[in-house]
Design a protein around this ligand. Sequence first.
Ligand code: F3S
Ligand code: F3S
Ligand code: ZN
Length: 107
Amino acid sequence: MGIDPNFHHARTVVDQHEGHDVWGPVDEPERLGIHGTHVAVDFDECIADGACVEDCPVDVFDWVETPDHPASTRKADPARQPDCIDCMLCVDVCPVDAIDVDASRGE
Ligand code: F3S
Ligand code: F3S
Ligand code: ZN
């Protein structure tokens, strides 16, 4: 399925994490929402493949532990979202299309 690129219209911000927005719905531990706005990772789609963490040239992502989430027990969190240079590698390499990047959405 992948991340909905219009999530910022379809969803609302329900929390903050490491300086970025969290877009709901969130119902832990099964439903974790989307982390980030410019660099957005759908935690409910992420299967912890890790390609984004390894390939980002400016090291935007950190692992966060998500025990008991049905898709994977860790997620790539856009912890350094302001460092993103819009290379789009993470979007291209994610096997489940869990990431969307759009600088026009702001941070
Ligand atoms: Fe890194 Fe993705 Fe931005 S790979 S530079 S977070 S577009
Ligand atoms: Fe997750 Fe895709 Fe990265 S599955 S760890 S967002 S490459
Ligand atoms: Zn986060």
